[in-house]
Design a protein around this ligand. Sequence first.
Ligand code: ADP
Length: 611
Amino acid sequence: MRAYLRLVRLLRPYRGVMATSILFRVFNALATTLSLTLVQPFTRLLFTATTAGAATPRDEPIGGPLATHGLLAAPLGAWNLWLFGATPIVSFERLCAAILVLFLVKNLTDYLAVFLSVQAEQSAMRDLRGRVYAHLQQLSLRFYHGSRAGTLISRLTNDVDALRDSLASGVGDVLKDGLTLIGCLVVALSASWRLTLFAMLVVPPAGIALTVAGQKMRRRSGRAQEHMAELTTVLQENINGVRVVKAFGMERYEESRFDRANAAYRNAYVRLRGIAIALKPFAEFVTILVAVAIAWAGAREIFVHRGMPPERFFQFVTALLAMISPIKGLSEVNSKVAAGLGAADRIFGLLDTAPDIGDRPSAATLAPLAHAIRYEGVGFAYDEHEPVLHDVTFEVKRGEVVALVGASGAGKSTTLDLLARFYDPSAGRITFDGVDLREVTVASLRRQLGIVTQETILFHDTVRANVAYGLDGVPDAELEAATRAAHAHEFVARLPRGYDTVIGDRGVRLSGGERQRLAIARALLRNPPVLLLDEATSSLDTESERLVQDALERLMRQRTVLVIAHRLSTVQHANRICVFEAGRIVQQGTHAELLADAGAYRRLYDLQFRD
Ligand code: ADP
């Protein structure tokens, strides 16, 4: 219920539109009800004309007025005044006019009501998608690692759709079907309350019997499908494993396995058809049973009690038939609303996930790096039981290049991610000139960082937009300078539309080296004082490798750099190397110092860097 209220609250900004839509629905139900009241005068005119036709001259008024009574006294009275007392032809012309006008109003109001509610719903869903998307931007990498992309996409698409359906059913359909049902009931009651009560006794059991039979058939059909799936699996396994089956001489065994599944499917299908074949005659018989029962009760009202004119009986039957559609609609509301509430729970669950990396209320703006970045006894775990970093302590002075080396999985990338505050350490702290990173705003921290990873992410957009990502109004000259420095200008200039060529997933395909150089150009243009770099391990051809290498060296110049090193030249030129092993720094020093020592670095050097 809470979730549903929260859902309905989404519509609040559009309550004006919703109220108008509801107004049209009320008019719609009124028009439907009034159109039902026309049945009485219609049959009255028809029967009087045929029974009295020979005797009544064509220009004499026919029939007496309708008996007006009860709930419908007002509309019936109006029809009396307007329809009767004229010649038969004029009466029918007026009747036709009334039918046309009422159905015009009915359909027009239906259109307007639905169209307006679609607008309100879609606006509310647009707002919801926007809120979820904005919230997703706030959530940390930890959240994304714990979620599957497909699941998140489904929240924004399928779940929002299910939710819209339940809003439509919950608010719109209940109102529409409910009002129409009430209208029909009023018409039926006013025709004959005794017959209406009688119908209420016989119709529901028949409806329940038909529903139960339908459900039973659906269950059996589901079971038959399972048996068919089983049969297919046996066949598929047999085809895939044909070598094994033959090699082990298992043909007869496989045949008996198939026979079992085959027989099970046959039996399930016979049981399904047993119900399916019975369903239609059963439904027809039940319907006729109800119809005969009502006709019998109606006949008693007409002939035995002598009270009811036949036109009122027709009125009653029409109203009864008109109830079928709203009743069907209302019986489906429940399942739709339930599906929508499930979706609402999932969407609101996502919206209620608090971002775990954010600014503290007291967070200050981080000043440009003046002295050093320090990792002080940093520990970290992706999930509590498996720590991946232990007591990591090292320093990067301003302008230094510090290389992180170690086997894959040793914790190097995690160490860099902590500096960007993709995660926060679970022990120790990281400081910028002595200030704990958690004391400053995330935005001011990330403004100082440039991050170039192995995976170069390009968006489906122009080269210009990709290189200038996150920057506004970059002059062409600057853009070109950065691209030139990254050795990317030459190939960009050769693209069909130069800097305006669309690249990325669905755009022009670039080679691995070209993508890397664009990523370097992007970092150069941002010109960050601190650089987090993950050198690519994927092999490029020699020419491309040389260009990337040169571009990287330009990028590292004059900056404070933490680099996950895979190249010999990088480690040779680094001011310091931190050697990682299973989440710990086991050695620190320059290339020469570490080589002199017969430790972890020597082994790594022999494996990774030499040759
Ligand atoms: P390196 O960069 O040295 O290869 P990483 O920092 O990527 O090492 O990984 C360190 C350890 O953390 C590894 O054991 C890895 O399996 C684990 N790890 C990395 N990313 C995640 C993650 N998102 N969730 C859980 N464990 C992770």
